[in-house]
Design a protein around this ligand. Structure first.
Ligand code: ZN
Length: 299
Protein backbone atom coordinates (compact mmCIF):
# COMPACT_ATOMS: atom_id res chain seq x y z
CA UNK A 1 0.00 0.00 0.00
CA UNK A 2 1.20 3.50 -0.85
CA UNK A 3 -0.12 6.65 0.80
CA UNK A 4 1.35 9.95 -0.28
CA UNK A 5 1.58 12.51 2.54
CA UNK A 6 2.57 15.45 0.37
CA UNK A 7 0.72 16.52 -2.78
CA UNK A 8 -0.32 20.02 -3.82
CA UNK A 9 -3.84 20.83 -4.95
CA UNK A 10 -3.27 23.57 -7.51
CA UNK A 11 -6.82 24.88 -7.66
CA UNK A 12 -8.32 27.62 -9.77
CA UNK A 13 -7.92 29.86 -6.69
CA UNK A 14 -4.19 29.12 -6.60
CA UNK A 15 -3.76 30.32 -10.18
CA UNK A 16 -6.06 33.28 -9.53
CA UNK A 17 -3.78 34.38 -6.69
CA UNK A 18 -0.71 34.10 -8.92
CA UNK A 19 -2.48 36.03 -11.71
CA UNK A 20 -3.39 38.74 -9.23
CA UNK A 21 0.19 38.95 -7.99
CA UNK A 22 1.45 39.33 -11.54
CA UNK A 23 -0.88 42.29 -11.93
CA UNK A 24 -1.60 42.04 -15.66
CA UNK A 25 -5.32 41.41 -15.39
CA UNK A 26 -4.91 37.80 -16.47
CA UNK A 27 -7.20 34.88 -15.76
CA UNK A 28 -6.11 31.53 -14.28
CA UNK A 29 -6.44 29.96 -17.74
CA UNK A 30 -3.91 32.45 -19.16
CA UNK A 31 -1.35 31.21 -16.66
CA UNK A 32 -1.95 27.48 -17.11
CA UNK A 33 -1.73 27.98 -20.87
CA UNK A 34 1.58 29.80 -20.51
CA UNK A 35 2.88 27.02 -18.26
CA UNK A 36 1.62 24.23 -20.51
CA UNK A 37 -0.35 22.83 -17.60
CA UNK A 38 -3.91 21.56 -17.48
CA UNK A 39 -6.59 23.91 -16.24
CA UNK A 40 -7.75 22.68 -12.86
CA UNK A 41 -11.44 23.47 -13.36
CA UNK A 42 -13.73 22.97 -10.37
CA UNK A 43 -12.63 21.41 -7.08
CA UNK A 44 -14.59 18.26 -7.93
CA UNK A 45 -13.09 18.00 -11.38
CA UNK A 46 -9.56 18.35 -10.06
CA UNK A 47 -10.32 15.87 -7.28
CA UNK A 48 -11.47 13.37 -9.93
CA UNK A 49 -8.30 14.03 -11.91
CA UNK A 50 -6.21 13.29 -8.84
CA UNK A 51 -8.02 10.06 -8.02
CA UNK A 52 -7.67 8.79 -11.58
CA UNK A 53 -3.96 9.49 -11.29
CA UNK A 54 -3.69 7.73 -7.92
CA UNK A 55 -5.54 4.73 -9.37
CA UNK A 56 -3.14 4.57 -12.29
CA UNK A 57 -0.18 4.28 -9.93
CA UNK A 58 -1.77 2.09 -7.28
CA UNK A 59 -1.69 4.84 -4.65
CA UNK A 60 -4.36 4.35 -1.98
CA UNK A 61 -4.55 7.81 -0.50
CA UNK A 62 -3.01 11.24 -0.83
CA UNK A 63 -2.83 14.32 1.32
CA UNK A 64 -3.77 17.29 -0.85
CA UNK A 65 -2.46 20.61 0.32
CA UNK A 66 -4.10 23.94 -0.36
CA UNK A 67 -1.18 25.89 -1.78
CA UNK A 68 -2.51 29.36 -1.26
CA UNK A 69 -4.12 30.94 1.79
CA UNK A 70 -7.93 30.94 1.90
CA UNK A 71 -8.34 27.79 -0.19
CA UNK A 72 -9.76 25.59 2.54
CA UNK A 73 -13.33 25.52 1.20
CA UNK A 74 -12.00 24.20 -2.13
CA UNK A 75 -9.93 21.52 -0.40
CA UNK A 76 -13.00 20.53 1.61
CA UNK A 77 -15.03 20.14 -1.59
CA UNK A 78 -12.35 17.94 -3.13
CA UNK A 79 -12.16 15.73 -0.05
CA UNK A 80 -15.96 15.50 0.11
CA UNK A 81 -15.91 14.08 -3.42
CA UNK A 82 -13.41 11.35 -2.50
CA UNK A 83 -13.35 11.06 1.29
CA UNK A 84 -11.67 7.65 1.37
CA UNK A 85 -8.86 8.72 -0.99
CA UNK A 86 -7.98 12.29 -0.10
CA UNK A 87 -6.94 13.93 3.18
CA UNK A 88 -7.18 17.72 3.18
CA UNK A 89 -4.41 20.06 4.34
CA UNK A 90 -4.85 23.84 4.27
CA UNK A 91 -2.53 26.81 4.46
CA UNK A 92 -2.92 29.41 7.18
CA UNK A 93 -1.10 32.73 7.35
CA UNK A 94 -0.97 33.36 11.10
CA UNK A 95 -0.62 37.07 10.39
CA UNK A 96 -4.08 37.28 8.78
CA UNK A 97 -6.74 38.94 10.90
CA UNK A 98 -9.11 35.97 10.53
CA UNK A 99 -6.48 33.23 10.91
CA UNK A 100 -7.93 31.79 14.12
CA UNK A 101 -11.46 31.73 12.73
CA UNK A 102 -10.32 30.11 9.49
CA UNK A 103 -8.34 27.47 11.39
CA UNK A 104 -11.39 26.61 13.47
CA UNK A 105 -13.56 26.35 10.37
CA UNK A 106 -10.99 24.33 8.43
CA UNK A 107 -10.52 21.75 11.16
CA UNK A 108 -14.11 21.76 12.40
CA UNK A 109 -16.75 22.39 9.77
CA UNK A 110 -14.52 21.30 6.88
CA UNK A 111 -12.94 18.38 8.80
CA UNK A 112 -9.53 18.96 7.19
CA UNK A 113 -6.59 17.05 8.64
CA UNK A 114 -3.69 19.47 8.87
CA UNK A 115 -2.92 23.16 9.13
CA UNK A 116 0.09 24.14 7.00
CA UNK A 117 2.43 26.89 8.16
CA UNK A 118 5.05 28.52 5.95
CA UNK A 119 6.96 30.88 8.26
CA UNK A 120 9.49 31.86 5.59
CA UNK A 121 6.65 32.86 3.25
CA UNK A 122 4.34 34.57 5.72
CA UNK A 123 7.10 36.23 7.74
CA UNK A 124 5.62 35.21 11.07
CA UNK A 125 8.19 33.60 13.40
CA UNK A 126 7.17 30.29 14.93
CA UNK A 127 7.57 31.66 18.45
CA UNK A 128 5.10 34.48 17.69
CA UNK A 129 1.93 34.52 19.78
CA UNK A 130 -0.14 34.45 16.60
CA UNK A 131 1.22 30.97 15.84
CA UNK A 132 0.40 29.78 19.35
CA UNK A 133 -3.21 30.84 18.84
CA UNK A 134 -3.39 28.56 15.80
CA UNK A 135 -1.93 25.67 17.80
CA UNK A 136 -4.34 26.30 20.66
CA UNK A 137 -7.26 25.87 18.25
CA UNK A 138 -5.69 22.81 16.63
CA UNK A 139 -5.17 21.10 19.99
CA UNK A 140 -8.94 21.23 20.45
CA UNK A 141 -9.44 18.93 17.45
CA UNK A 142 -7.94 15.50 18.16
CA UNK A 143 -6.45 13.73 15.18
CA UNK A 144 -5.35 16.92 13.43
CA UNK A 145 -1.75 17.72 12.55
CA UNK A 146 0.34 20.80 11.89
CA UNK A 147 2.65 20.86 8.89
CA UNK A 148 5.53 23.33 9.16
CA UNK A 149 7.70 24.05 6.16
CA UNK A 150 11.28 24.52 7.32
CA UNK A 151 14.60 25.07 5.57
CA UNK A 152 14.82 26.28 2.01
CA UNK A 153 11.47 27.12 0.48
CA UNK A 154 11.04 27.23 -3.27
CA UNK A 155 7.75 27.40 -5.10
CA UNK A 156 8.74 26.29 -8.59
CA UNK A 157 5.87 27.96 -10.40
CA UNK A 158 6.80 31.46 -9.17
CA UNK A 159 10.06 31.90 -11.12
CA UNK A 160 8.40 30.25 -14.14
CA UNK A 161 5.90 33.12 -14.11
CA UNK A 162 8.50 35.75 -13.32
CA UNK A 163 7.17 36.25 -9.79
CA UNK A 164 9.59 37.14 -7.02
CA UNK A 165 9.73 34.96 -3.90
CA UNK A 166 10.39 37.21 -0.94
CA UNK A 167 10.95 34.38 1.50
CA UNK A 168 12.97 34.55 4.71
CA UNK A 169 14.62 31.20 5.37
CA UNK A 170 15.81 32.35 8.80
CA UNK A 171 12.24 31.85 10.02
CA UNK A 172 12.22 28.20 8.99
CA UNK A 173 14.68 26.74 11.45
CA UNK A 174 13.33 23.39 12.76
CA UNK A 175 14.79 24.19 16.20
CA UNK A 176 12.29 27.05 16.45
CA UNK A 177 9.61 24.39 16.43
CA UNK A 178 10.89 22.63 19.53
CA UNK A 179 9.09 24.74 22.16
CA UNK A 180 5.85 24.46 20.19
CA UNK A 181 6.09 20.70 19.77
CA UNK A 182 6.85 20.32 23.48
CA UNK A 183 4.00 22.64 24.48
CA UNK A 184 1.49 20.69 22.38
CA UNK A 185 2.47 17.01 22.69
CA UNK A 186 -0.91 15.82 21.42
CA UNK A 187 -0.42 17.52 18.04
CA UNK A 188 1.63 15.66 15.42
CA UNK A 189 3.96 18.12 13.69
CA UNK A 190 5.18 17.29 10.18
CA UNK A 191 8.42 18.77 8.83
CA UNK A 192 8.66 18.15 5.07
CA UNK A 193 11.70 17.21 2.98
CA UNK A 194 13.71 16.07 6.04
CA UNK A 195 14.02 19.78 6.95
CA UNK A 196 14.91 20.93 3.40
CA UNK A 197 18.57 21.66 4.05
CA UNK A 198 18.40 21.84 7.84
CA UNK A 199 18.58 18.06 8.19
CA UNK A 200 20.67 18.06 11.34
CA UNK A 201 18.29 20.54 13.03
CA UNK A 202 15.26 18.51 11.90
CA UNK A 203 16.83 15.39 13.44
CA UNK A 204 17.61 17.27 16.67
CA UNK A 205 13.99 18.38 16.79
CA UNK A 206 12.55 14.92 16.08
CA UNK A 207 14.96 13.28 18.52
CA UNK A 208 13.73 15.48 21.36
CA UNK A 209 10.02 15.64 20.41
CA UNK A 210 8.21 12.36 19.87
CA UNK A 211 5.32 14.12 18.14
CA UNK A 212 7.50 15.31 15.24
CA UNK A 213 7.34 13.48 11.92
CA UNK A 214 9.57 14.05 8.89
CA UNK A 215 8.22 13.72 5.38
CA UNK A 216 10.49 12.30 2.71
CA UNK A 217 8.94 14.24 -0.17
CA UNK A 218 10.33 15.72 -3.32
CA UNK A 219 13.56 15.15 -5.16
CA UNK A 220 15.35 16.36 -2.00
CA UNK A 221 17.67 18.58 -4.00
CA UNK A 222 18.76 20.19 -0.71
CA UNK A 223 21.14 17.25 -0.39
CA UNK A 224 23.58 19.11 -2.62
CA UNK A 225 24.18 21.68 0.14
CA UNK A 226 26.18 19.07 2.07
CA UNK A 227 29.28 17.78 0.28
CA UNK A 228 29.06 14.08 -0.40
CA UNK A 229 25.62 13.58 1.12
CA UNK A 230 23.41 10.95 -0.54
CA UNK A 231 19.74 10.04 -0.17
CA UNK A 232 20.90 6.65 1.13
CA UNK A 233 22.81 8.34 3.95
CA UNK A 234 19.87 10.64 4.68
CA UNK A 235 17.50 7.69 5.08
CA UNK A 236 20.02 5.67 7.09
CA UNK A 237 20.60 8.57 9.51
CA UNK A 238 16.90 9.44 9.77
CA UNK A 239 16.06 5.81 10.52
CA UNK A 240 18.75 5.70 13.16
CA UNK A 241 17.54 8.86 14.92
CA UNK A 242 13.81 8.98 14.22
CA UNK A 243 12.96 5.36 13.39
CA UNK A 244 10.51 4.06 10.77
CA UNK A 245 7.31 5.04 12.58
CA UNK A 246 7.81 8.81 12.21
CA UNK A 247 8.80 9.03 8.55
CA UNK A 248 6.03 9.77 6.06
CA UNK A 249 6.51 9.05 2.40
CA UNK A 250 5.62 12.00 0.19
CA UNK A 251 6.14 12.79 -3.48
CA UNK A 252 5.46 16.56 -3.64
CA UNK A 253 3.40 16.04 -6.79
CA UNK A 254 1.48 19.11 -7.92
CA UNK A 255 0.44 19.87 -11.50
CA UNK A 256 -1.01 18.01 -14.47
CA UNK A 257 -0.28 16.55 -16.96
CA UNK A 258 2.95 15.69 -15.10
CA UNK A 259 0.84 14.11 -12.38
CA UNK A 260 2.04 11.78 -9.67
CA UNK A 261 5.81 11.71 -9.32
CA UNK A 262 6.46 8.00 -9.58
CA UNK A 263 10.18 8.63 -9.95
CA UNK A 264 10.33 9.94 -6.37
CA UNK A 265 8.68 6.78 -5.09
CA UNK A 266 10.92 4.53 -7.19
CA UNK A 267 14.08 6.18 -5.91
CA UNK A 268 13.06 6.02 -2.27
CA UNK A 269 11.97 2.40 -2.64
CA UNK A 270 15.34 1.59 -4.17
CA UNK A 271 17.12 3.29 -1.26
CA UNK A 272 15.10 1.44 1.40
CA UNK A 273 15.55 -1.90 -0.38
CA UNK A 274 19.27 -1.15 -0.53
CA UNK A 275 19.31 -0.53 3.23
CA UNK A 276 17.74 -3.99 3.64
CA UNK A 277 14.83 -2.46 5.47
CA UNK A 278 12.17 -4.97 6.44
CA UNK A 279 8.87 -5.06 4.56
CA UNK A 280 7.09 -4.14 7.79
CA UNK A 281 9.14 -1.00 8.34
CA UNK A 282 8.79 0.01 4.69
CA UNK A 283 5.04 -0.44 4.99
CA UNK A 284 5.02 2.09 7.84
CA UNK A 285 6.88 4.71 5.82
CA UNK A 286 4.97 4.19 2.57
CA UNK A 287 1.54 3.95 4.13
CA UNK A 288 1.07 2.83 7.73
CA UNK A 289 2.16 6.04 9.42
CA UNK A 290 -0.18 8.02 7.19
CA UNK A 291 -3.06 5.69 8.13
CA UNK A 292 -2.32 6.11 11.81
CA UNK A 293 -2.40 9.90 11.50
CA UNK A 294 -5.10 10.56 8.95
CA UNK A 295 -7.52 7.65 8.64
CA UNK A 296 -10.36 7.45 11.14
CA UNK A 297 -10.92 3.82 11.93
CA UNK A 298 -14.04 4.65 13.92
CA UNK A 299 -15.96 6.01 10.93
ZN1 ZN B 1 5.49 20.71 -1.45
Amino acid sequence: MINDAHCHFFSDGFFSALAYQRGRGEKPADLTKELGWEEPGSAERLADRWVRELDEHGVSRAAIMGSVSRDEAVIAEAVAKHPTRLAGFFMIDPGAADAVERTRRGLGEFALRAVCLFPAMHHVPLHDGRVYRILEVTAGYPGRAVFVHCGVLSVGVRPKLGLASRFDARLGNPLELQPLALAYPSIPFIVPHFGAGLFREALMLADTCENVFLDTSSSNRWIRYTPGLTLDAVFRTALDVVGPSRLLFGSDSSFFPRGWQKGVYDEQKRVLDGLKMSAGDQALIFGGNFERLFVDRSS
